[in-house]
Write a protein of this length. Structure first.
Length: 95
């Protein structure tokens, strides 16, 4: 345990020798308040674009739900087939 404490002490002492870095003097001349503040500009969407976005979201949700329902229906038959495959593959163990 003493070795670990010595190592920690050595690391802490080595960090004391790191020199402090000062900011360049050129940064003192920059006034951050001179920059204009950002203004939020709302751009209205065209009605056709709104409907296209809504239709694509509905299509995406529909495709996901259809895929999930088909996957869950096929999952039970796949699990029985995979169990048969595993039991046949590892049948040499039971001999």
């Amino acid at each position: 345990m003493k070795r670990k404490e010595d190592w920690i002490e050595e690391i802490l002492l080595s960090s004391a020798s790191i020199a402090e870095v000062n900011a360049p003097k050129s940064l003192d001349t920059i006034n951050l308040m001179e920059f204009p503040s950002e203004k939020i500009v709302l751009v209205p969407l065209q009605p056709l674009l709104k409907w296209a976005i809504a239709a694509s979201i509905i299509l995406l949700i529909g495709m996901n739900s259809l895929t999930i329902s088909r996957y869950s229906a096929n999952k039970s038959s796949v699990s029985t087939n995979s169990n048969a495959l595993y039991s046949e593959y590892f049948s040499y163990i039971n001999q």
